[in-house]
Design a protein around this ligand. Structure first.
Ligand code: C2E
Ligand code: CA
Ligand code: CA
Length: 658
């Protein structure tokens, strides 16, 4: 990933990428280099040509016995050998010389060789050494000149220079001798020069154009390849780019090295898009992309995997380094994003898998990082999870639950249990909370914490939720009029269209007075406060249904919605009553909540009471109601009825704590 690109806007990056491929100079320079390369290809043909000239000249020197020709022959041999060495030793691909230098070296050799060869031929004419030798040298020189035009047509100036230099001395000698046949020879040479010039230039044009278009299409293909691997919004690698880089990284990785695949998913980014529009969403993504590139190591692949998901692949020393990087990445994402004067805070969930520990191929690595990400999200988002093998087992179990949940209702494997909620003042049962149970024929009893989230994910919660309310309402019908039924509602159930109708139908079917029903909702319902939530609460409040705020203290604990919605109860989460964190602070919080409840005339229920000390303590703190194993676990409906009748006969003195 080019770091400099990160500071440009996505559009600028796109333009820059395109522009790079359009530069004409660059292209013609590359074509020129290819053409110069043709001078150095096939050094053998050059060697054969050079040796041929040298041997012919030696023959001329020996036959004529001329010391001048002999001297010229030595000069030609020196030049020829130097050229052969240069032809085999230099190459445009590995010599480290510039195109211009290579062309210059070739030029000196070619021109001097041509001129000396032509001079030897001319000398044989002037010295009149005899027809056979003269024919040999004229034929050798002209053939050399014509042949070289074809060979070096890629650089026409060199080709025609060689032709001119080899023929010029012969032309001069012919004119000097000036006999009729030699005048004809001179005329032939004069006609040959423009004819060969025209042929050479034509061949050159064809060569240049075809190399040019091959270059262009090659560069276009390269451009398409880069564009296909780049995400237009962020300038990062896209999914294809990631796949390509990941495959390369896995291939190159040393045995003792670790590769980390870090999968980031922005939390609730869909809301940014829905509320502020896609252009703003894109700007946020580009900003996040830039930050991720800045903190990632230089050699890392930073990619946008799609939507609001980013994947970073990088080589690391150890797990500690990944942890550090993940927390830096998270910190960067959390730094507020400025949007036209407003500040926006983004969070992310992160899943990490490492090679070779969690997988040795790209697919497994991706799959396991995805699983780790899923766990990070399921654990309440905004956190980093490293893959471990139990996650795969959990996934298998979830898949099984998912497959069996729908049928479970039909097969009567689900039932509703009831846990009493006690008035701490009188010790009497005031309500029962309906808690669903699944008795699986093979897996045994499944906890709602395990299957309710699956029901939410798959949408089964709507059917399941309505079924639970209907069953619980029928059971409640058997209880005395002053006993309330508390039913847990999932936020998803409430946001579904016709949610209120499902509750109203359940009440009607069981013929239960709406005022006897209390719906328990958690704070997560209000995080994305939709109109549908307000409408649901309003519609049911209007007919007398009451609402309780469940698990208070575990979420955002904002007081805003306590004021906004008509809650009759706040249930303080059991982590404030029992568990490792209980102490002075939690006690103070219970006190404060209880005081708030009494001011607002709400009941405060302490959940999870297991010991008499806990009951005393929450009562002293001001809680009005309690629920927990100390009083009773959740029991089947017939046992709930028994608890009530025991109470009538005052058989359960334990509930009254003084
Ligand atoms: P919750 O609404 O907070 O329910 C109270 C949970 O605390 C119940 O667990 C209950 O059995 C448990 N509990 C009660 N007293 C004690 C105690 O003294 N000590 C301890 N350690 N635990 C106690 P359960 O039944 O496993 O339910 C877990 C969660 O599943 C519930 O938490 C609720 O969020 C959800 N859930 C249960 N039934 C339903 C349902 O019908 N619909 C929906 N939407 N959610 C449900
Ligand atoms: Ca509850
Ligand atoms: Ca609760």
């Amino acid at each position: 990933m080019t770091r400099g690109m990160a500071t440009l806007s996505p559009f600028q990056k796109f333009k820059r990428t395109l522009f790079r491929f359009r530069r004409k100079d660059d292209l013609s320079e590359r074509v020129k280099r290819t053409l110069v390369r043709t001078l150095y290809t096939q050094p053998t043909s050059l060697a054969i040509g050079a040796i041929n000239g040298i041997v012919s000249s030696c023959v001329a020197a020996l036959v004529s016995g001329s010391t001048l020709i002999f001297g010229l022959c030595i000069v030609l041999t020196v030049i020829g050998v130097a050229r052969i060495i240069a032809a085999f030793g230099l190459s445009p691909d590995n010599s480290g010389h510039s195109t211009r230098q290579l062309e210059g070296i070739y030029e000196i050799g070619a021109f001097s060789y041509a001129f000396v060869l032509g001079t030897i031929a001319a000398t044989t004419l002037v010295l009149d050494v005899g027809a056979p030798v003269e024919v040999l040298m004229i034929a050798n020189s002209t053939c050399y000149g014509v042949g070289i035009c074809a060979r070096n047509a890629g650089r026409p100036a060199i080709a025609l220079g060689q032709l001119g230099l080899v023929l010029a001395p012969i032309l001069a000698a012919s004119l000097y001798i000036a006999s009729v046949p030699f005048l004809f020879l001179a005329a032939n040479i004069l006609l040959l020069l423009p004819a060969m010039a025209s042929i050479t230039l034509n061949v050159f044009k064809v060569l240049r154009d075809s190399i040019g278009s091959a270059e262009t299409s090659g560069r276009l293909a390269e451009k398409m390849r880069i564009l296909a691997r780049t995400d237009v919004v962020t300038g990062l690698a896209n999914r294809a780019g990631l796949n390509h880089d990941l495959a390369e990284k896995l291939m190159d990785v040393a045995d003792d090295k670790i590769i980390a695949l870090i999968w980031l998913d922005l939390d609730r980014f869909k809301e940014v898009n829905d509320l502020l529009g896609h252009p703003v969403g894109d700007r946020v993504l580009a900003e996040i992309a830039q930050r991720l590139s800045e903190v990632s190591p230089e050699s890392a692949t930073v990619s946008r995997f799609g939507g609001d998901e980013f994947i970073i692949v990088t080589e690391v020393k150890d797990r500690l380094e990944v942890e550090r990087l993940a927390s830096e990445l998270h910190a960067e994402i959390m730094r507020p994003v400025r949007l036209d004067g407003d500040l926006m805070q983004i969070h992310a969930s992160i899943g990490i898998a490492m090679l070779p520990l969690d997988g040795t191929d790209a697919d497994t690595l991706m799959q396991n990082a995805d699983l780790a990400l899923y766990h990070a999200k399921a654990n309440g988002r905004r956190q980093t999870c490293f893959y471990d093998a139990t996650m795969s087992r959990d996934l298998v179990r979830r898949r099984e639950i998912e497959a069996e949940l729908r049928a479970a209702i039909m097969k009567h494997e689900l039932s509703i249990f009831f846990q009493p909620i006690i008035d701490l003042e009188t010790g009497r049962i005031r309500a029962f909370e309906a808690l669903v149970r699944w008795f699986h024929p093979q897996k045994g009893e499944l906890r709602p914490d395990e299957f309710i989230p699956v029901a939410e994910e798959t949408g089964v919660i709507i059917t399941l939720g309505n079924w639970i309310t209907a069953q619980a309402a029928k059971a409640a019908k058997q209880w005395p009029e002053d006993i309330t039924l508390a039913v847990n509602l999932s936020p998803l159930q409430i946001k579904a269209p016709g949610a209120a109708l499902g509750i109203i139908n359940a009440l009607r079917e069981a013929d239960l007075d709406p005022s006897r029903l209390e719906l328990e909702v958690t704070e997560s319902l209000f995080i994305d406060d939709h109109d549908s939530t307000g409408n649901f609460i309003e519609e049911l409040s209007a007919i007398g249904v009451r609402f309780a705020l469940d698990d208070f203290g575990t979420g955002y604990s904002s007081l805003g919605y306590i004021q906004k919605y008509p809650f009759s109860k706040i249930k303080v989460d059991r982590s404030f009553v029992s568990g490792p964190d209980v102490g002075k602070k939690t006690d103070a919080i219970i006190h404060a909540v209880a005081e708030l409840g009494s001011k607002l005339e709400m009941d405060i229920v302490a959940e999870g009471l297991e010991t008499v000390e806990q009951v005393r303590s929450v009562r002293a703190a001001g809680c009005t109601m309690g629920q927990g194993y100390y009083f009773s676990r959740a029991v089947p409906d017939y046992l709930a009825v028994m608890l009530l009748s025991d109470e009538e006969e005052d058989l359960n003195p334990r509930r009254k704590v003084s």
